[in-house]
Design a protein around this ligand. Structure first.
Ligand code: UDP
Ligand code: MG
Length: 325
């Protein structure tokens, strides 16, 4: 179903799409709708559209979005054919944005929509990517905070790419960035890496991230681990080089140790005890080999997925204002 954009609507005011990826968000959505309504109705400077991307929810999320859109011309939606993950849900949204600006926001109200007008002020000053940086990370465990800090420190060091710390996907992007992101259709997506990669004029915007209003986070440590791996592989191939270096260092040490043993045997004869050192070397080498194979496997798996060239997502139902038709 496609609705024609009203003529003259975007002549003077800048248009902004607010993209909301949703997965099983039936508890948060009614609250989000209320806050979005007040944002849209109170705005004088911008024309807002809301674009919901349902990522294969199994609860009443779709029904709620459909119902909400019925009485509001500024609401658009895309329903994906199954759960593809937040990264692909966002991509599905970005591909269908034709406004001057784009805001990506979570459905659980952890990112307050009321901040959007303030972010838009910075955008008007000429910045292309106004990203929100968390001042505090309330409701997150000490373990999650520390591991995430270490992870980004290491990633920053080995990749050499500027990484925005304590930043999620909550940001306002200019049309330039939207067009750039539309071109990046890789299957192994990591939005953090993509936002960094595109460049453009970035500015941070400090905010306090709230707790989820309702429902549960979809993340667990298993998923986070995968996200971390995706982050590393999409930022850098440094781990492959590290594996090479490690292999080189171990081989050199092995040669030196072999010479040492050879000379010692010549001088002192055959030395039978040596079980401990043999085991240590054996286990260490085995470990290094498996680790290196694993690293190669991580990259190879992603190459394999990419070579299939499958579409990133499939749409089951949509309601979009089409400005380009
Ligand atoms: N989400 C999604 N697909 C998924 C998982 C999550 O679209 O497979 C959406 C979810 O509905 C929410 C946002 O991504 O709007 C962030 O998810 P969540 O709150 O679970 O993550 P957290 O805030 O804990 O990082
Ligand atoms: Mg959340």
């Amino acid at each position: 179903m496609r609705i024609k954009m009203q003529e003259g609507q975007s002549l003077s005011k800048k248009t902004i799409t607010i993209l909301v990826p949703c997965y099983n968000e039936q508890e948060s959505l009614p609250l989000l709708f209320d806050r979005m309504d007040s944002l849209v109705s109170s705005s004088k400077d911008f024309d807002y559209s809301l674009l919901f991307v349902d990522d294969g929810s199994k609860d009443r999320t779709r029904e709620l979005i459909r119902q909400y859109s019925r009485t509001r011309a500024y609401v658009e939606y895309i329903f994906l054919s199954r759960n593809f993950g937040k990264e692909k849900a966002m991509y599905a949204g970005i591909k269908n944005v034709n406004t001057d600006g784009l805001v990506i926001i979570d459905a659980d109200l952890q990112d307050p929509p009321e901040l959007i007008p303030e972010m838009a002020k910075l955008w008007k000053q000429g910045y292309d990517d106004v990203y929100a940086r968390r001042r505090t990370r309330e409701g997150e465990t000490w373990l999650k905070k520390t591991t995430s800090r270490w992870y980004y420190d290491i990633l920053q060091k080995i990749s050499g790419v500027e990484i925005q710390k304590d930043t999620g996907d909550f940001r306002l992007l200019d049309r330039k960035c939207i067009n750039a992101l539309k071109m990046l259709d890789e299957s192994e997506r990591n939005s953090k890496a993509l936002f960094s990669w595109i460049g453009f004029k970035k500015i941070e915007f400090m905010y306090d991230r709230d707790k989820r209003v309702a429902g549960k986070t979809k993340w667990n440590y298993f998923k986070l681990f995968h996200l971390a791996m995706d982050g590393i592989t999409s930022f850098t191939t440094a781990p492959l080089k590290i594996a090479t270096w490690l292999g080189g260092i171990v081989s050199c040490s092995a040669v030196i140790y072999a010479i040492f043993i050879f000379i010692r045997t010549l001088m002192h004869g055959v030395d039978v005890p040596g079980y401990a050192s043999t085991m240590i070397v054996l286990l260490f080498l085995g470990g290094v080999q498996l680790l290196s194979l694993g690293i190669i496997g991580e990259y190879l798996g992603r190459v394999f997925m990419q070579t299939k060239e499958r579409p990133n997502y499939l749409i089951e139902e949509e309601r979009l204002k089409s400005n380009n038709e």
